[in-house]
Design a protein around this ligand. Structure first.
Ligand code: NIG
Ligand code: FE
Length: 386
């Protein structure tokens, strides 16, 4: 079933060949089936289709690409959040409590929880979601987390190297992550990630992170890094040196980190939901963009540091708190995040791309940041209903 979409008040294409960042078109129409965009152009030139969808002047943007989430988990950490708002600092120690709740959950419980969160994301305009493991930290618990995630998204990330679990020696755990755990998890994962953060007692230093990432690469996985979240550390430069697709957080950056990112191909993924929920200083997105770095935005949705599933909220934070223009923030939440997943079939509305569209209850994409907290973004469902 092919649909002709008309009545689009403003179309954000992110067409890389356009002469402005967002490739905005007015008087536009789209022809798509439920998986692929066939045609994008002026309404007057549109070919016919099996059916029509008139959007009555609403704006259409590429579906959001949430390239960083931790959604296979049990329990929540509302009390930890309340304690933080009362002045406590975040140091990663709370991860252990989610590990306990995740290990205690059954497979169907973890799957149901993941589906509920994916639905929540979709209801807010997100069409691609990366999902990490990292709350199991045993071979069996990491493997089942990834098997459950892989059933629901192709963007799965092995994060056995989230923290060293209680009662395990660091060296033994690095050997496990790079040995039996990697072997069990790699078939279910596209990426490997490591929490490289010498400032957090149970996360990994630069040498450990290098060992883990190199093992992941040998197992055929692409590389991602949690870097420079709590302090300026080795994560960013290691990610660039190893050619990682993305280094995420980038909250504390030295001049050398910014120069390394500007000289490499690694995308800087910023996660301002984490700074919001840990009451921390926001990353300097303006400085990165001005240096020529490719920037992505994602939610980091997890029960500890950032329990939001809303890409529009993240986008609004990036505009209000991090110095991005509304156009730069939308690009980062769509095309930039697609780049961080090394994908060109998402994050843009052009012929041949996936039919992943978000419609706004608003005439312009500007309303995404202008109307924070208002649920104006929805996915466009093109599949035929029975
Ligand atoms: O991206 N920093 C490491 N991992 C997560 C938080 C995990 C947690 O606190 O549960 C993050 O912020
Ligand atoms: Fe994270």
């Amino acid at each position: 079933m092919v649909t002709l979409i008309t009545g689009i008040g403003e179309l954000v294409t992110n067409d890389p060949d356009a002469d402005q960042l967002l490739g905005i078109m007015t008087d536009a129409a789209i022809v798509a089936d439920d998986t692929t965009i066939h045609w994008v152009g002026r309404r007057a030139d549109a070919p016919d289709a099996d059916r029509r969808l008139d959007l009555a002047g609403r704006a259409v943007v590429p579906g959001f690409v949430d390239s960083h989430t931790h959604l296979v988990f049990g329990g929540d950490r509302a009390a930890e959040f309340a304690a933080r708002m009362a002045g406590e600092r975040y140091d990663g120690g709370g991860i252990a409590s989610t590990v306990g709740a995740t290990r205690a959950a059954t497979d169907p419980e973890l799957r149901r929880n993941l589906i509920a969160h994916l639905f929540e994301l979709r209801m807010q305009g997100t069409t691609t979601v990366e999902v990490k493991s990292g709350y199991g930290l045993t071979v069996a618990d990491e493997q089942r987390a990834l098997a459950i995630a892989a059933d629901l998204t192709s963007e799965t990330t092995f994060l056995g190297a989230h923290v060293v679990p209680a009662g395990t020696a660091r060296d033994d755990y690095v050997r496990l992550v790079t040995g039996d755990m990697l072997a069990a998890c790699a078939p279910h994962a596209r990426w490997i990630d490591v929490f490289c953060e010498p400032a957090s007692p149970n996360a990994f230093d630069g040498d450990e992170a290098r060992t883990i990432l190199e093992a992941g690469r040998r197992a055929g996985l692409g590389l991602r890094v949690h870097g420079n979240q709590l302090s300026a550390g080795p994560g960013v430069q290691l990610a660039v040196e190893l050619g990682a697709a993305s280094v995420d957080h980038c909250t504390h950056l030295t001049d050398a980190d910014v120069a390394a990112l500007a000289g490499g191909d690694t995308v800087a993924t910023l996660l301002p939901g984490a700074e919001f929920s840990t009451r921390s200083t926001y990353p300097d997105a303006r400085r990165l963009i001005d240096a020529g770095v490719t920037v992505a935005l994602a939610t980091d949705c997890n029960p500890g540091t950032s329990y939001t599933s809303s890409m529009p909220f993240v986008l609004a934070l990036a505009v209000r708190e991090m110095g991005l223009t509304p156009a730069e923030a939308l690009w980062a939440a769509t095309a930039g995040a697609a780049a961080s997943l090394q994908r060109t079939d998402i994050g843009r509305i052009v012929a041949g791309a996936r039919a992943d569209l978000a419609v706004l209850n608003a005439p312009s994409y500007l309303h995404l940041a202008y109307r924070p907290g208002v649920p104006i973004a929805h996915t466009v469902e093109l599949a035929e209903r029975a």
